[in-house]
Design a binder for this molecule. Structure first.
Ligand code: GAL
Length: 649
C-alpha cells in the first residue's frame, strides 16, 4: 500500500455523484455548484451497470464520457466506480443460479441491489468483462483519480449458502486443512456423529436441527470474507494491468460491520476508505464515529485514510431517521479528519428524487440552494480548504486496542456460557472510557506491531493464537501495561478450548486461574466491594500470583493486577464500567490526555505533520470552551457550543 496516492492538492471533498438519475441539463448545474462548494472528488457510477451495459456485451459509455468530461472541465476529480455492486436485471434472468441463497434456503431476488452470489462464476465473469471495458475506456482520462471497486462488499449479501458456494467452500477448506483428517480434527467431528469421509459431504452451515458445528461456522465466516476478497482482487488485477498508476480502493463499513475481516482486506488496498453513518438509536454517535476512525486508521497502518461516505443529515434506512442539527455535519466531518481522514465525502451529492433513497439527505437537498444545508455544505468546503496543511499528517496515540474479526466471529457463536457476552460490548466500553478521558486509541490487529505503545487494551479476545499470546506476554515482561477483559484467551484458532484452567492463553501473564465461569441471569447485577455494580459475567477466579484490586461481596476477585516481568497485566473478570480502572491504569502507565483539563464532551485529537502538530478540538457540549492558540479555522481562541477548532501546536 502506498502512503497517499490520490492526486489532490488539498483534503478531498465531495461525494457519490449519480448523474444518471437526472437529466443532462442538471449536470452543468451540478458542476457549477460543486465549484461553488469547493468539491474536488466525486464517486461516479456506483450503481450504473444496467445503464453501462444495457444488454449482455453491449456497452453504452456515451453518457459517462460526457459526465467525466464535464467534471474535468470543472476541475473535479473522479473516483470511478467499477459498477459491479449490482448486476442488471438481464444478468439475473440469464443466470438464476447467481442469485444468493440464505442460511434457511431462501433465494434473494433482484429488485433491490446486490443480488449476487460472491462465488458465482457467471457473476465474476460478467464483472470482469465490465471492469475490463471501463478501465480500457477511461485509462488516461484526466478526471480519473482513483478506482472504486464494487461498493461496500458484503453490505447486503456477505454470506451465500447456495450449491455454488458449497463447492467453493469445499475448495477453500481443502486449501486450509489439506486433508479430511486434519479437517475432522480441527472441527472436532468426533462429536455428534459429524465425522466426514468425503469432501462432498461437507456443506455450508445451513439451517440445521440444532447447534451447528462451531468450527464449521467459523471457517465459513473466514471463507465468506475471503470469497468477497477474491472478487475485489479480481477487479483490482484488471485495473492494475490497464491503469497501473491509478490507486484502487473499496469502501469499508467500520466499525460495526462484522462479516469481513478488514485486517485481511486492508493490505490489498491502495487507499483505505470507509463509510460511516450515525445510528443515534444505538447510543452516543460521537463514540461510534471515533471508534470508526480509530479502527480505519488502524487498517491504514496509522497512515491517512479517506471517509468515502457519510451523510449531510438524515439517512433513510433507520426506523426513525433523525436530521442533523445545525453545525453537526461540520463537526462530524472534522471529527473524521481529526482521526486521520484526509477528506470528507458524502452519500450523496444531489438528493434523489425517486427510488428507495429519496428521503436520504444529500449535499444538494430537495430544497435546493436556498437552504441551510447548502450553506453549510459551502462553508464546510471552505473549512476543508483551510485545513489543507493537515493533509498527510498522522494521528498521535499512546494506547493500542487489539481488534480481531476472527475473535468477534468466534465469541458470538451460539452454545456459549452467556448470550450476553458480545464482542463490541467490551470493545466499545474500553474505547468509550478513554474517549471520555481525552485519550486517543489506535486500534490494531493482534498480529501487527504494537510493542511501542504505553498501554495495550485486550477486550473480548476470546480466540487467540499462540503467537499473539506470546507477544502479549513479551510486551508486558518488557515493561508494558495490558488490560484484558473476561472471556479472553479461551480458545485457539480452531475454537478448541485451551486446557488447564481459564483463560488458557493468558493464565500465566494474568497470574490467575479460573475453574468455572459464573455468568449471571438476564438483567441480574452484583455489587463489588467498592460499591460499584457489575453484570453479565463473573468467574470463580483463584489468584495465582496476581493481587485482587476489586472483589465481589462473597470475596471472589473481580479485578486483578499482576506484576509480570517489568510490566503490569490487569484482568477485569466481570462486566463493569471500566472508566475508573482505566483511569488508574493510564496513570500508572503514564498515559496523558491529548489536552488535559477539557470539560466532559469536548474531544481533542492530535495529528502530527512534518511541519508541526494540529490539535483538533471538537466541542460537543452546549457551552463554549477556551482553547488559546492559532486556529486554522479562523477562531478567536474560543470554541463555541457545537464548534470545532484546529490549533497549531
Ligand atoms: C451506503 C451505500 C450507499 C447508500 C448509503 C445510504 O451503504 O454505499 O450507496 O446506499 O449507504 O446511507
Amino acid at each position: 500500500m502506498t502512503a497517499w496516492p490520490i492526486a489532490l492538492d488539498r483534503l478531498a471533498y465531495g461525494g457519490d455523484y449519480n448523474p444518471e438519475q437526472w437529466p443532462e441539463t442538471t449536470w452543468r448545474e451540478d458542476v457549477r455548484l460543486m465549484r461553488e462548494a469547493g468539491v474536488n472528488l466525486v464517486s461516479v457510477g456506483v450503481f450504473s451497470w444496467a445503464l453501462l451495459e444495457p444488454e449482455p456485451g453491449r456497452f453504452d459509455f456515451g453518457w459517462l464520457d460526457r459526465v467525466l468530461d464535464l467534471l474535468h472541465e470543472g476541475g473535479v476529480r473522479v473516483d470511478l466506480a467499477t459498477a459491479t455492486a449490482s448486476p442488471p436485471p438481464w444478468f439475473s434472468r440469464a443466470h438464476p443460479d447467481s442469485l444468493p441463497v440464505t442460511f434457511d434456503g431462501r433465494t434473494l431476488w433482484p429488485g433491490g441491489r446486490q443480488a449476487y452470489c460472491p462465488s458465482s462464476p457467471a457473476y465474476r465473469a460478467a464483472a470482469a468483462r465490465l471492469v475490463e471495458q471501463l478501465a480500457t475506456r477511461y485509462a488516461g482520462h484526466p478526471a480519473l483519480a482513483m478506482w472504486h471497486a464494487n461498493n461496500e462488499y458484503g453490505c447486503h449479501v456477505a454470506r451465500c449458502y447456495c450449491d455454488v458456494s458449497a463447492a467453493a467452500f469445499r475448495d477453500w477448506l481443502r486449501r486450509r486443512h489439506r486433508d479430511l483428517d486434519a479437517l475432522n480434527e480441527a472441527w472436532g467431528t468426533a462429536f455428534w456423529s459429524q465425522h466426514y469421509s468425503r469432501w462432498d459431504e461437507i456443506n455450508p452451515p445451513r439451517q440445521a436441527p440444532n447447534f451447528i458445528n462451531p468450527t464449521q461456522q467459523l471457517d465459513f465466516a473466514r471463507f465468506s470474507s475471503d470469497e468477497l476478497l477474491a472478487c475485489f482482487r479480481a477487479e483490482r488485477e484488471i485495473l492494475r494491468r490497464l491503469t497501473p498508476d491509478v490507486p484502487v480502493t473499496t469502501n469499508f463499513m467500520t466499525p460495526a460491520f462484522k462479516p469481513l475481516d478488514y485486517f485481511r482486506w486492508a493490505p490489498e488496498q491502495d487507499v483505505i476508505s470507509t463509510d460511516h453513518y450515525l445510528r443515534p438509536a444505538e447510543g452516543d454517535p460521537n463514540l461510534d464515529l471515533a471508534l470508526s476512525g480509530d479502527l480505519t486508521r488502524g487498517l491504514a497502518g496509522g497512515a491517512p485514510w479517506l471517509l468515502m461516505e457519510h451523510s449531510t443529515s438524515a439517512v433513510n434506512w433507520q426506523e426513525r431517521n433523525l436530521a442533523k442539527r445545525p453545525g453537526q455535519m461540520r463537526r462530524n466531518s472534522l471529527a473524521h479528519v481529526a482521526r486521520g481522514s484526509d477528506g470528507a465525502l458524502f452519500f450523496q451529492w444531489r438528493a434523489s428524487r425517486r427510488g428507495a433513497e429519496k428521503f436520504h439527505s444529500g449535499m444538494v437537498p430537495h430544497a435546493g440552494e436556498d437552504s441551510r444545508m447548502w450553506r453549510e455544505v459551502v462553508a464546510l468546503g471552505r473549512d476543508l480548504e483551510r485545513l489543507a496543511p493537515v493533509r498527510g499528517s498522522r494521528v498521535v496515540a499512546e494506547v493500542a486496542m487489539l481488534w480481531d474479526y476472527e475473535s468477534w466471529w468466534a465469541v458470538e457463536l451460539d452454545s456459549h456460557p452467556s448470550a450476553d457476552v458480545t464482542y463490541l460490548d467490551r470493545v466499545r466500553a474500553f474505547h468509550a472510557a478513554l474517549w471520555r478521558a481525552g485519550v486517543t486509541v489506535d486500534v490494531v490487529h493482534p498480529e501487527h506491531e504494537w510493542s511501542g505503545y504505553q498501554l495495550v487494551l485486550v477486550p473480548s479476545l476470546y480466540l487467540v493464537s499462540d503467537a499473539t499470546a506470546e507477544a502479549l506476554e513479551r510486551y508486558v515482561r518488557m515493561g508494558g501495561h495490558a488490560v484484558v477483559s473476561y472471556f479472553s484467551g479461551i480458545v485457539d484458532p480452531d475454537d478448541a478450548i485451551r486446557l488447564g484452567g481459564y483463560p488458557g492463553a493468558f493464565r500465566e501473564l494474568l497470574g490467575v486461574r479460573v475453574e468455572e465461569f459464573r455468568p449471571l441471569a438476564a438483567g441480574e447485577t452484583v455489587e463489588l466491594d467498592d460499591g460499584s455494580v457489575a453484570s453479565v459475567w463473573t468467574e470463580d477466579l483463584r489468584l495465582d500470583g496476581a493481587r485482587a484490586v476489586m472483589s465481589h461481596l462473597d470475596g471472589r476477585p473481580a479485578v486483578t493486577r499482576h506484576e509480570y516481568g517489568d510490566g503490569v497485566a490487569w484482568y477485569a473478570a466481570t462486566r463493569l464500567d471500566p472508566a475508573p480502572l482505566l483511569e488508574r491504569v493510564c496513570a500508572e502507565a503514564g498515559v496523558e490526555p491529548v489536552l488535559p483539563g477539557l470539560p466532559a464532551g469536548v474531544e481533542a485529537v492530535r495529528r502530527r505533520g512534518a511541519d508541526g502538530d494540529f490539535v483538533f478540538v471538537l466541542n460537543h457540549t452546549a457551552g463554549a470552551v477556551a482553547v488559546p492558540g492559532e486556529d486554522l479555522l479562523g477562531g478567536d481562541g474560543t470554541v463555541p457550543a457545537g464548534g470545532v477548532a484546529v490549533m497549531r501546536g
